[in-house]
Design a protein around this ligand. Structure first.
Ligand code: HEC
Ligand code: HEC
Length: 319
């Protein structure tokens, strides 16, 4: 009997020691670091790239990176009592406070993988693994340009302040950094409408990320495998707007946008106006910069997505 008790005692003891060690590792251990295997790149800033980069950066990157000084100097990105605080970085050209020291290759590597120049991981929300090489080049060209939004800002980027739970999630449960692509990524020609629309919805503007069931169950590299692909319900919020569930934009007639016209779709995507006249939450960046060709391709592609019945309860928005 005594022996049994002793064994139980030892077992519980080692279990407790293991739990304590694990907790200490989560709380005190270093955040994961990765190797930066940046490609050798030199981006030529021609006028087409600068114009395209402006569209992408000021719509997409600015949504998270615009700071109080109007430049891309960073802001609070996440402030969650359970998870902790994350700030988007200063991505102006300042050599110390911003990204002035990044090479073109290091920037491309970060945008693909999520790994920063110092080897730390910016998180899966900051990655564009399926964006075409030409669009990535445009983004980099614009970040190097003389546009006022990217001129040096003194604001210092702030490191993440994660809670115990936040650290545990970040270290163990978030998707790990992606590999740098081994092959060139080329966007389909706009004349190949559905394929081009798919590229816009998954690779370039990443609509599927917010519009599938949940960030946690998305498949970033094979978007179609995301749970509830385009069927909405993902609660999305940001620093300026309370969280609202994303909309079902599959072609389901009752719960999706199957009964909409292309014009109604265009008004919603570009101007944040629903067919019933109600404004959409600014959680979704108003994609006013999209061309007619892009909206039409997105619409054509979304018609081909499998319809899913998922009635999302809308939160009416007051602007
Ligand atoms: C969903 C929000 C979000 C979007 C969209 C986003 N970023 Fe970020 N970005 C972040 C966050 C948050 C960090 C910092 C995370 C950290 O503390 O490491 C970051 C970090 C960075 C860094 C690293 C800076 C450094 O100091 O090493 C660069 C460069 C960057 N982003 C560029 C971009 C560009 C270019 C785009 C658009 C193509 C973009 N980001 C879009 C949230 C975002
Ligand atoms: C940052 C997250 C996010 C991204 C990226 C995003 N959306 Fe949205 N979208 C939302 C949210 C949240 C709503 C619901 C807003 C509301 O109910 O007020 C929404 C609503 C919509 C609606 C209105 C549907 C309805 O029934 O009211 C359409 C259409 C739409 N999005 C299309 C798109 C397209 C196309 C893209 C890519 C070009 C895109 N969205 C990218 C978050 C996003």
């Amino acid at each position: 009997m005594k022996k049994v008790l002793k064994i139980i005692g030892y077992t519980l003891g080692s279990l407790l020691a293991f739990v304590l060690l694990f907790a200490a590792w989560v709380q005190l251990g270093p955040m994961p670091g990765y190797e930066v295997k940046a490609p050798d790149l030199k981006i030529e800033p021609d006028s087409a790239r600068l114009a395209e980069g402006r569209r992408i950066v000021l719509t997409d990157c600015a949504h998270c990176h615009r700071g109080a000084d109007g430049k891309l100097s960073g802001e609070v990105f996440m402030d969650d009592p359970a998870f902790g605080k994350i700030w988007s970085a200063n991505i102006t050209q300042h050599p110390e406070a911003g990204i002035g020291k990044y090479t073109d290759g290091e920037l491309a590597h970060l945008l693909r993988t999520g790994i920063k120049r110092d080897g730390s991981y910016a998180g899966p929300w900051m990655t564009f693994p399926l964006m075409a090489d030409e669009d990535v080049a445009s983004v980099i060209a614009f970040l190097r340009s003389d546009a006022p939004e990217v001129q040096p800002s003194e604001r210092r980027s702030r490191p993440m302040e994660l809670s115990f739970i936040g650290k545990m999630v970040f270290k163990n449960f978030l998707p790990k950094p992606f590999d740098y692509p081994s092959k060139p990524i080329v966007a389909p020609a706009p004349s190949d409408k559905v394929a081009y629309g798919r590229y816009l919805a998954t690779g370039k503007w990443e609509c599927f990320r917010c519009h599938s069931a949940n960030f946690e169950t998305n498949n970033e590299l094979e978007p179609e495998k995301s749970v509830g692909y385009f069927a909405g319900g993902n609660p999305v919020g940001d620093k300026a707007n309370p969280a609202v569930p994303s909309a079902n934009i599959t072609p389901d007639k009752e719960t999706g946008i199957g009964a909409w016209t292309e014009e109604q779709f265009s008004n919603a995507v570009r101007f944040g106006k629903r067919p019933d006249g109600q404004p959409l939450s600014h959680v979704m960046p108003p994609f006013a910069v999209l061309s007619d060709e892009e909206v039409s391709a997105l619409w054509a592609y979304l018609q081909t997505v499998p319809p899913i019945k998922n009635a999302v309860q809308r939160t009416p928005i007051q602007h």
